[in-house]
Design a protein around this ligand. Sequence first.
Ligand SMILES: NC(=O)c1ccc[n+]([C@@H]2O[C@H](COP(=O)([O-])OP(=O)(O)OC[C@H]3O[C@@H](n4cnc5c(N)ncnc54)[C@H](O)[C@@H]3O)[C@@H](O)[C@H]2O)c1
Length: 241
Amino acid sequence: MEFTGKTVLITGAAGGIGGATAHAFREAGANLVLSDLTLDSLPTGEGILAMASDVTDMSSVKAMVSAGKDRFGAIDVAINNAGIAGPRGRFADMDNALWHQLIAVNLTGMYHALRVEIDAMAPQGQGRIINIASLAGVLGAPGLAAYGATKHAVVGLTKSLAHELGPDGIRVNALCPSYIDTPMLDDINGDDKGKLQSELNAVGRFGTAQEMADALLWLASDANSFMNGQAVVLDGGISAI
Ligand SMILES: NC(=O)c1ccc[n+]([C@@H]2O[C@H](COP(=O)([O-])OP(=O)(O)OC[C@H]3O[C@@H](n4cnc5c(N)ncnc54)[C@H](O)[C@@H]3O)[C@@H](O)[C@H]2O)c1
């Protein structure tokens, strides 16, 4: 996949999937606009604009996107990846503060990023947006009900925006991973992680951040020219039965 001359923006770029994705797109020649909560967690180098930006704060997202457009001239691809999950637990026992935090980061944060990215892409007449949802965005997720609600919302936004923005040359898709071996998996499962590995999918292991990055390269590439409004599941076969 070739991205020379293209600019790719990634939120949550210091995390497992975000970090692997940033590396993959840089290797493919893209200029990068990378953001996460803190600047020192992000890679630096030629062709990289790294900025601290909290997706819950619209003004910081706006500053990041406009700095990226100023530096590189366009935002060709936006990968909205920042997210949190919190620990697995029964909905009936859920901490109110965690509910509000999940909505703020996973849903309102997505809203902020989308609003600003659309404003940047519409005058260009082209753009690709990939929202990182989850298998929990297309199937029920007992123990992660609130997280699943936010990810279903991300899939819903993706489908609606694909139709609203198609005429502007902007395509919007979602990637729905499940059980990818990143720090988030430890946050969710703690000590149960080992047990999950043997039980959950037909491939018999967790997915890797690199596998998500490889998929994102294709999803964002010119080779993928007709997909729009889809929630693409990468789960090692969990959802097949
Ligand atoms: N790991 C999995 O099994 C899995 C499965 C399905 C979906 N996902 C989704 O993939 C995405 C990436 O997750 P990951 O597995 O790489 O987890 P991760 O915890 O390694 O990375 C998430 C990144 O998001 C950043 N972030 C959190 N809150 C933020 C905020 N308010 N503003 C900006 N950045 C913020 C974190 O600092 C972190 O760097 C998330 O949206 C997650 O929900 C992960």
